[in-house]
Design a protein. Structure first.
Length: 164
């Protein structure tokens, strides 16, 4: 249960960070989007919701923007590497399957994903510390509500359809 809460916290912070980044940039200084794949909250569309819900100050937005810009340089190479591995894996799905090569690529991808998870968690921790105790409490409440909706959704989708 703690893992689910932690993952939800990480996902919520990713959304929050992306919102802050999106609102703090103009079109002229916006960086190019990351390569295909899912990044750690960069470019997600629901960021404004969290920034508004948590009532971030301009100083918090500036601090978070600086942190995200600094960390982007570290994360983008990992995202590119993951994308390249995905392209290689696609060749085996669309062509001749080679279990040994796929296993090697899967191991490489797991290593990259592990590094991304560590980086994302570190970044989210830094950003979380920029929130006031009240904002942290609000974020936890939003996450709890989201978790409850997800649990309800999962429970309603688990019953197999009746066959006639």
């Amino acid at each position: 249960m703690k893992t689910i809460r932690f993952r939800l916290l990480v996902a919520s912070l990713a959304v929050l960070l992306g919102t802050v980044l999106a609102h703090s940039q103009t079109a002229a200084d916006a960086p190019p989007p990351p390569p295909m794949g899912h990044g750690p909250g960069f470019g997600l569309g629901h960021m404004g919701f969290f920034a508004k819900q948590l009532n971030l100050t301009d100083e918090q937005k500036t601090q978070m923007k600086a942190t995200l810009q600094k960390e982007r340089r570290n994360i983008e190479p990992l995202m590119r590497q993951q994308h390249e591995i995905d392209l290689q894996l696609r060749q085996f799905a669309e062509g001749t399957f080679d279990a040994e090569k796929v296993q090697g690529l899967a191991a490489q991808k797991a290593q990259v994903q592990s590094q991304l998870t560590v980086a994302e968690t570190r970044i989210h921790g830094e950003l979380y510390q920029m929130l006031t105790p009240e904002q942290q409490s609000q974020l936890k409440q939003l996450e709890a509500e989201h978790e409850a909706r997800m649990q309800q959704h999962m429970q309603s989708g688990q019953a197999p359809p009746e066959e006639e």
